[in-house]
Structures are given as C-alpha cells and as structure tokens.
Design a protein around this ligand. Sequence first.
Ligand code: GTP
Length: 580
Amino acid sequence: MTYKQRELKKKMRKNKDVVKRPPADPALLTPRPPVVTILGHVDHGKTTLLDNLRKSQVAAMEAGGITQHIGAFLVHLPSGEKITFLDTPGHAAFTAMRARGSRITDIVILVVAADDGVMEQTVESIHHAKNAKVPIILAINKCDKPEADPERVKKELLAYDVVCEDYGGDVQAVNISALKGDNLMALAEATVALAEVLELKADFAGLVKGVVIESRIDKGKGPVTTAVIQGGTLRKGCFLIAGKSWAKVRLMYDENGQTMAVATPGLPVEIMGWKEIPSAGDEILEVESEQIARNVVDWRNYAEQQEKIKQDIEVIEAKRKKHRDEYEKQQEMFDGLSWRMRKRAQYEAGKDVWFLRPKEREESDRNVLPIIVKGDVDGSVETLLNILDGYNAKDECELDILHFGIGDINQNDINLAEPFKGIIYGFCVNADSSTQKLAAKKGIKIKLHNIIYKLIEDLKEELSRRLPLAVHELEIGEASVLAIFYGTVKKNKNVPVAGCRVQEGQLNRKMKFKVIRNGDVIWKGLSTSLKHFKDDVQVVKAGMECGLSLDQYTDIKIGDQIICYEEKEVKESISWDPGF
Ligand SMILES: Nc1nc2c(ncn2[C@@H]2O[C@H](COP(=O)(O)OP(=O)(O)OP(=O)(O)O)[C@@H](O)[C@H]2O)c(=O)[nH]1
C-alpha cells in the first residue's frame, strides 16, 4: 500500500452499515405463506383476478371493511393456509424488484386468456419468471367464453418450455374465469400445493428482514410502506432501516386497515413510523436501537456521497484526458509550422483556448486571484490541483494558490488569506461557525462545494469578475457627408461643419461619433454642435438633414460616413476551459 493509499484509508470513515445476519439453522425454520405475483399479457385478466381474490376475502371475513390497495394482500383458504399476493402492476414491479436484487416472489401465476392464447407479454412473463428461477402456475382465464380453448393454450406454451402436467411436465394448469370467480379456489389450492413442494420456510425469531413493496405519503399517517416480511417477527417499537430512511414502528396495518400486533414472515404489512419514504424494492433490516438506525442512515448518506464524488472525479478525469488528447493531436498537426503559421492555424481551427489572449496591461493593474484550496482527502485535493495546473488564462487573470491542504477550513486559513484578500475553496469540508465569523469579519470569502465541476464553475466566475469591463460599441445611427461649410461654433469662427443626411437610426449629440473614409475609421470623438437648419437639436432622425461639427476635427470631407454610437461596458468571461 502506498503512502497516499494509507493516508486515504486513515481518513475514510468507519463503515457503520448494518451487518446482515447469517442464515438461520434450518432446524429452527418454520413454514411461511408463499408470496405470489400475477403476470400475463395485457387484457388477459390480471386485474380482474386480483380483484376477485381480494373480494373473496372481504366476503369471507364478513367484516364489511373496505379493502384498500396497499400493494399486497393476504388470501386465507378454508383449510387455514394463507397466500400473499403482490398487486403492484405486474411486470414493472417484478422487474424493478429484481433489478434491485430483491427476490421476493416465490411463485408466478401466469394468466393466459383461453380465447386469445399466448401473446407477446405472455412470452415476456415466462422469461421474467425463468430468469428469476421462480416456478409458474398456469391460470387459463376467460374459460366462460364459448370460444375458449384451454388445450390450445397448453400446446402453444410447449414452444416456450412451459410444460403442463397433462403433457408430462410439472406446471399445474387451472381453468378459471376471473370475471365469474369460477375455480379460483382450485387456483389457490394449486398454489398452496406448489408452496409445500418448495418447502417455503423462514426463521420467525431474531431480527426482522423484509422488502418494501410500495411506499407513499399518507395524509394522516405520514410516510408509510407496504412490506413483505421475510424473516423475524415485526412488532411495534422495532427499529428498521430501508434505503436511507429509518423507522421506529408506530403502527402496523393489514390491507383491510385493521391494526396488526405482529407481522410474521410471508405476510404483507403496512408500516407507519418512517422518517422518510424508502423506495419500492429497498431491503428492510431491523437494528437494535435508534442510535444504530441513525448511524446506519448517516453512513449510507456518507457512502453515497463518496461514491458520487468518485464518479465525478472519474468523469472529470476522462473529460480532461479527452481534452488533452485533442490538444496534443492538434499540436501534432501544427508541428513543423512556424509560430506565426501555427497561431494562424489555431485561430482558424477556432481553438483559442489553448493559447493566451494577448492583452496589453500595465504592470500596475495586474489581475490576481489568490486562493486557498482545502479538500477532504488527498485524492480530491490532488484532482483539484491537477485541474488548476491546466489553468491557461494567466494573461487575463493570474491564479495564485497560496496554500492547499486536507481538512476543514480553519482560522489559520483565514489569517493566511487575509493580507492577499484571497478566497478559500473547500471541497467536501466544512468551516465551523467561529471560522465563518472570523472570515465575515475580515471580509474573506469561504466557498464550500461538494461537486468538483461546481467548484471550478465558481472559480471561473470569480476569475471573470476580476477582468476589466470590455467596451462594446453600439451603433445608433449612420449619416453621410453631403457638403462642407464653415461657421461659428461656440465662439470659434470658421469651424468646418459637415452637412449630413441621416441614413439610418439617429444622430444624438450626446453620444460618440466616428468618421469612416474608404472603409477605415479615421477619427473618433465627440461632437461640438448638432443643428437642424438654424436650431440646435439633441437628436436628428433618419431621412433628415443636419449640420454636425466634431470636436477638434477639421479634416472632414464630402463622401465621409459618420457613425454615431454609444459605448457600453460589458462583463467579460475568463477564456480558461478546464475541459468539462
Ligand atoms: N369473459 C371474461 N372476461 C374477462 C375475464 N377476466 C377478465 N375479463 C375481461 O377482460 C378485460 C381485461 O381484463 P383486465 O383484468 O383489466 O386485464 P389485465 O390483464 O389486468 O389488463 P391490463 O391491466 O391492461 O394488463 C376486462 O374487460 C375484463 O372484464 C373472464 O374470466 N371472462
């Protein structure tokens, strides 16, 4: 390990994430209900099937309760068995969960309409199930229709390696009518039978483990999630972690809005008590105390930020490399040319960023931006300094790095910056309140950033701010000289007065003027008088004639063009392009 790596390691925070428990002793496992997802082609009856299964429960309970959609619900069979159905819209939820590595579904019920047969999304559903290694039960739906042909469905499925029992395979097929509710109990029994074969078991003791199925903000309850418990027994008061949120479980509900005292593996449960809403697919883990929960969330936020910084640095490094490669390629092209030719070629290539804009400046108005750079780790300071190494606009404003280092910004940094009126840049570091106060008192700017390119943007802005304002000429009128005559202007006798016609815009006495002859500007300055006939006027508009005399300029000739213009000061931007 290099010195740098050792230093970096020292500065990394200790990992405080939850450590997952090892799998429990198989002897301690207890059977649990299966978790089922219904998949199938559009309009083949998934929603109708789920609705009917759910309704069967309300009737069975005779509770008259309103079943709400919470993302999952439980079906109780007369035999006492239970099945958990996920009812978040099929494929999307299934793939989202899988993408996040949560394997929650034990069994897929594949719905195929008997009057339509195997369709595109039927095949897609088969692939999803097979990829996830989840066994299938076939529900041949719409069997109430006269044109229903369940045998055709089974035959078509052979082509996709879904072999029903009648054909010598192990896929159970049940003919149903989701609409009429026919044979739904047989479907449920087939599910329970498969669950028995799969020997679905879990450890009911120990810390809770589960998966977020859905989450939402409820007006009354705040952030709530529907979860399926996979291990342990959830009780009020448990501390849970999911994603970057934690909860002290306040209340638990089932899909009928009834409070639950405990939730055991395989059961869906709505959990109240989250500080923020976790995302669907997030793994839920129980921890022993609120302090541990807070530490874990804190750590996960920190780890995520570190990962973002790492990615940022990678992106920036890649962009800088590309930039440099392009520059080197361009330089190769210019090899063998004299500097004049090279400069010209560079101008033509429009790449004015790699050489300095010639700007003549007095030594006295040397532009300098003194800075101090502080970063959280060696790597980030090094990256920043590498970028600053490429600073190539020092003719416009010099960049003076007074000091750089690792760690929070402190009073020493302020004291160091003060005599230079420097700016202190911090990357992923802080400045405590006394440092901030001292900086404010001494008029030193502290700039804290967590994203490198934002810090560089900020620096570019500060550099640009130090550039003198550029003067832009805004043309407001144009006139041509038709005659020259002589008169008295402001007590001076025999002053040449240009008799002009205004062709465009207007001439304004208070603005500036320039004289153009044969395409060249031969004079610039102010006017001493502007007359329309005998009257002194402020403005003469297009189409009108006027007499104009210019301050200290006597060489005006017929045919000259007069331009009246306004000078505007505009802010300039530094020409440095760090390459990202
Ligand atoms: N005759 C008959 N019609 C059914 C049956 N099951 C569903 N339908 C009808 O088929 C249509 C589509 O049913 P849905 O349950 O919405 O189908 P789905 O698969 O959920 O459709 P998507 O949500 O669009 O993917 C509806 O008009 C249902 O009434 C059935 O068993 N028999």
